[in-house]
Structures are given as C-alpha cells and as structure tokens.
Design a protein. Structure first.
Length: 186
C-alpha cells in the first residue's frame, strides 16, 4: 500500500480557457489588493485585504505550481511556485474564497474530482501525466468554482466553493514529492 509521500505530487495548475491564469493576487497598482465584497444577503462588508486571494487573471503566462500533499484520502495544497507565496497553504475563508497563507495549522483538505467522483488519487508513477480535474473541498462538500466581482475601477474573479465548477488543467512535474518540513520522509 503506497505511503502518503508516494501519493503526493507537484503539479503545474492552469486553466483550459485561453488567456486566463490561476494565480495568487499580491498587489494592485503597488498597494495591497483591497476590495469591498457584496455578500449574497445584500450587506456590503467592510474593505478587506485580499492580497493572498487565489483568483483568475487575464494573463496566460502566470500559473501556480502546487504541492498536493496526500493525507487521509485527500490532499492538502501548498504553493510551490518560485515567488513570495512559496510554501503557503490553501484555505477557504469565511466567505468560501480560496486564500493562500503561511501554515500555522494544516491547510484545508481537498479531493480530486472528475465532476462526479470526488475521491480520485494520482498514481505514484504519474510523472509527466496531465489531465483536467476539479477540486472538491472535503469539509464543505462543494466543488471549487469562480465568481466575478465588479468594483468601481476594476473586476476580479475569485475562486470560491459552491460556484460554477472551475475546471483545472494540471501537469504533474514530480511524484513521490517530499513535504518541505520533512524532506527525508519515506
């Protein structure tokens, strides 16, 4: 039976739609990415710093490299892109938006889905494989999707649970990948 490390892998994550990228917002015009978000109940929340929001951008040369850490039949996701977000884990916030933050607790558990089955596992010999998949948030029981928010000066598309399902294209670049804090694990 394979170990968690043998079922863990690093993959480049892109969107199948041309001209869109799946990435983490850092700044907007040199300032932290801020927004007022209108919730479904019509109440406008206070301004939030969305600097670590995982979102969709109109820039096809950007993408995320993610470490899919196998744990209890699902995956914890960590950023492996070589940028200021390296090592951050992915979580859903109280608004069900996907954020990256430094790990002070284990990141949320996600399952790989084909849209119907939510417990797919990547084979240990899958280096170089590619495919299209969805991410399913285990505790909320929802597929990750996207929603566009309009602001006075711009729009942004957030990655959220429970919205129109977001199809991702992955290319596996390494299997049997070690956890950053335990590179010698078996």
């Amino acid at each position: 039976m394979p170990t968690d490390r043998q079922l863990s892998f690093v993959a480049t994550v892109r969107l199948p739609a041309p001209g869109k990228a799946f990435c983490v917002a850092s700044t907007q015009l040199g300032r932290p990415f801020m927004s007022k978000i209108r919730r479904d109940n019509g109440i406008v929340s206070k301004t939030k710093n969305l600097a670590n929001l995982v979102s969709l951008w109109d820039n096809s040369d950007k993408h995320l490299s993610l470490y899919f850490r196998h744990s209890n039949g699902a995956y914890r996701l960590y950023i492996r892109s070589n940028n200021e977000h390296y090592g951050k884990g992915l979580y859903l916030n109280e608004d069900a938006m996907l954020f990256a933050r430094y790990v002070n607790a284990a990141p949320d558990l996600f399952q790989i889905s084909d849209g119907k089955t939510h417990n797919l596992v990547v084979a240990p010999q899958a280096t170089g494989a590619s495919g299209q998949l969805y991410l399913y948030h285990r505790s909320r029981g929802l597929l990750l999707g996207s929603k566009t928010y309009s602001q006075v000066s711009s729009t942004f598309t957030a990655v959220e649970a429970g919205r129109t399902p977001l199809l991702l294209r992955i290319e596996i670049t390494a299997v049997n990948a070690p956890y950053l804090s335990n590179p010698d694990e078996v």
